[in-house]
Design a protein around this ligand. Structure first.
Ligand code: GTP
Ligand code: MG
Length: 392
């Protein structure tokens, strides 16, 4: 699938920069990407997005310094300067694009406020689907981030065809600071979504038995809501690898016998291997941990060298996913690539139950009430009204 990424704000910009970095290393480009921000230094810090594709907005309002976690200002600046962003997207070219993906940290100001505004306009202008990939803040970042995320998310879900979520708090390690974790987390994001968003593109590895088409990804994501992604990877014991081990094994009879039996098992169990991999993807850590049984639709994608992509295995894995989610729509297939690895991606689309979202919404509601209470207090309460000011 050919994707046009828009990285909004600092987190969004950095992640799109990594998608572009990954894409540049591959023989065929599938991704296009721009970064939009109110902070000049954030844009300057990017490495792979071309200079002309880094769009600074809000200069007259915040002078290139960012909106300081104020997402209402982020939304306003974006609405005021939407033409600048749309024309940058148009100039980059959209005729062959299959989908737009807006990426933003939902806890901050620029991306949190700007992403839903941009989504609304893209949907009005283009026929292609508009997705968001939102990064949820960790609770330790404070209630303002949580409140921002809750407001941004509620709006994003209405303005996009589907919103993927990645929960920073679920992915950072115990004791690790959120900042030092960013590079690692971004890498996890780009690996998963890189496979998903590239699926359907023809590669040198040739055509698989049942290749996933962009339309299947799009149909899975149709109809709004929140989605999460599971991922698992395993190394292929290639023929050459096996032969090499076999050759080494000649030196010892006992080893050769063992090698042979392993080879047979590997050959016959391609299907079992794929089922196990898909199970691991769905039951392991999701980008947004949730109750997978509440998913309405799913997409099962198996990427790897064509001779490992066993049709029966993919079919059985799909059935297993179907038995375990609420809905009956499970699409999927393979994505042949030249690699020593097989990767499984499971998209759980339009989930209904995620404890983290419930918690986020509850904290946001409490925060809103507290904000209201504080608003009612006069800033001069500490002073005495009987002491008259010098002038009114
Ligand atoms: N996963 C990940 N999260 C990030 C990264 N950078 C920031 N965040 C998260 O994103 C949120 C802040 O969003 P930013 O993108 O920094 O904010 P912004 O859109 O630039 O908005 P302002 O700086 O307020 O103008 C916080 O919850 C951070 O934890 C990153 O590189 N990776
Ligand atoms: Mg910023």
């Amino acid at each position: 699938m050919r994707v046009f990424f828009i990285g909004f704000g600092q987190a969004g910009g950095k992640i799109v920069d990594m998608f572009i970095e990954q894409d540049k290393k591959l023989p065929k480009r599938s991704f296009r990407g721009i970064a939009v921000n109110t902070a000049r230094t954030d844009l300057m810090g990017l490495k792979h997005i071309e200079m002309k594709d880094r769009i600074l907005i809000g200069q007259t309002v915040v002078k290139g310094h960012g909106v300081g976690t104020d997402n209402v200002t982020g939304a306003k600046i974006t609405a005021d300067e939407i033409d600048v962003i749309i024309s940058a997207i148009d100039q980059r070219g959209t005729h062959d694009v299959d989908a737009f993906v807006i990426i933003a940290g939902l806890g901050g100001g620029t991306g949190s406020g700007g992403a839903p505004v941009l989504a609304r306009h893209l949907k009005r202008i283009y026929r292609e689907p508009v997705y968001a990939l939102g990064i949820l803040p960790a609770p330790e970042e404070g209630r303002l981030y949580t409140y921002n995320a809750a407001r941004s998310l509620s709006t994003l879900v209405k303005e996009t065809d589907n919103t993927f979520l990645f929960d920073n708090s679920a992915w950072k390690n115990e004791g690790e600071s959120i900042k030092s974790a960013f590079m690692r987390l971004n890498d996890e994001i780009v690996r998963r979504f890189g496979v998903l968003f590239r699926a359907g593109e023809i590669t040198k590895a040739g055509v698989g038995e049942m290749v996933v088409d962009s339309s299947e990804i799009i149909n899975t994501l149709r109809g709004q809501g929140i989605s999460t992604v599971g991922y698992a990877i395993t190394e292929v014991v290639s023929n050459t690898h096996r032969q090499r081990r076999g050759f080494l094994g000649l030196l010892k009879d006992r080893v050769v016998k063992k090698e042979k039996s392993e080879e047979v098992l590997l050959g016959e169990d391609k299907s079992a291997k794929i089922i196990a991999l898909v199970r691991r993807a769905m039951l392991g850590r999701l980008t947004l941990p949730c109750d997978y049984t509440s998913a309405q639709r799913a997409l099962v994608l198996v990427a790897g060298p064509p001779d490992e992509l066993d049709r029966k295995g993919v079919e059985k894995a799909k059935s297993w996913v179907e038995e375990n989610i609420a809905g009956v729509e499970v699409r999927g297939g393979d994505y042949p690539v030249e690699s020593n690895y097989i990767a499984a991606v499971v998209v759980l689309a339009t989930i209904q139950n995620a404890p983290r979202i419930k918690e986020l919404m509850e904290i946001a509601k409490e925060t809103k009430e507290d904000v209201m209470k504080v608003k009612d207090r006069k800033p001069t309460m500490l002073l005495d009204d009987d002491i008259e000011p010098l002038f009114e």
